[in-house]
Design a protein around this ligand. Structure first.
Ligand code: PGA
Length: 256
């Protein structure tokens, strides 16, 4: 079984101006030392308006935190008012792009098809997608969790081949757990993540065991250790608790 390096990604959503983002990333870096970065890959995903500022701080101070974006368009350029292209993100040394977050799917009409286009565009431009999948409460109660997430994986990864799957990260985020304070139990999260990995194995055979799968949804300093104790869970995609640098650093130091 390959060693998968844990990955903790902060999704700041529509929070933090560029000035606040600079302060947060600096404060986060003061909390972390070499050993923390060795144990875990750290990613921050600021709003588009803060990407350039955060990039500058990370590079000037040589902070080994990877820069992520929260969304992207799949075309390289064109008449798409309000959109941001993968070329623009790659130029800012963005390493990760969240694709198909449930807020984009539920509130902004993102479909499995657009998720797949975005995923491939991110890969094409040398970045790694963090592909989000997850079920609603109704779907969970109706026993449709496994079909929902495996369907989202198959649709999203359609046409992704060769070495590309190895660069992808998947985030399992039950929609009912996002921002609600109600996290999935480590056992439930792990069981669904096992279904996701099985779906990836059907697509990519042994390579699937190298793809990192995060859990997301009300991850907090108080529940991270139990989640990370599950061998199937390779890290977390964190909203609320990533906004505060001390809280986020406690998640990164989950072993302490
Ligand atoms: P939350 O958000 O940690 O605030 O629940 C998670 C996410 O949406 O990625």
């Amino acid at each position: 079984m390959p060693e998968r390096q844990p990955i903790m990604a902060g999704n700041w959503k529509m929070h933090h101006t560029h000035l606040e983002a600079i302060q947060v990333v600096q404060k986060l870096s003061y909390q972390l030392d070499e050993k923390d970065y060795d144990g875990c890959e750290v990613v921050v995903c600021p709003a588009f308006t803060a990407l350039r500022s955060v990039q500058t701080v990370l590079e000037a101070d040589r902070i080994p935190i990877a820069l992520g974006a929260q969304d992207v368009h799949w075309k390289e350029q064109g008449a798409f008012t309000g959109e941001v292209s993968p070329v623009m993100l790659a130029k800012l040394n963005v390493s990760y792009v969240i694709v198909g977050h449930s807020e984009r799917r539920e509130l902004f009409g993102e479909t499995d098809e657009t998720v797949s286009l975005k995923l491939k565009a991110v890969l094409k431009h040398g970045m790694s997608p963090i592909v989000c999948v997850g079920e609603t409460l109704d779907e969970r109660e109706a026993g449709r969790t496994d079909t929902k997430v495996s369907g989202q994986i198959r649709a999203g990864f359609a046409g992704v081949r060769g070495e590309d799957p190895l660069r992808c990260v998947v985030a399992y985020e039950p929609i009912w757990a996002i921002g609600t304070g109600r996290n999935a139990t480590p056992e439930d999260a792990s069981a669904t993540i096992a279904v996701i990995r099985q779906t990836l194995r059907e697509l990519y055979k042994g390579d699937a065991d190298e793809i990192r799968i995060q859990y997301g949804g009300s991850v907090k300093p108080g529940n991270i250790a139990d989640l990370m104790a599950m061998p199937e869970i390779d890290g977390a995609l964190v909203g609320g608790a990533s906004l505060d640098p001390v809280d986020f650093s406690r998640l990164i130091k989950y072993r302490a």
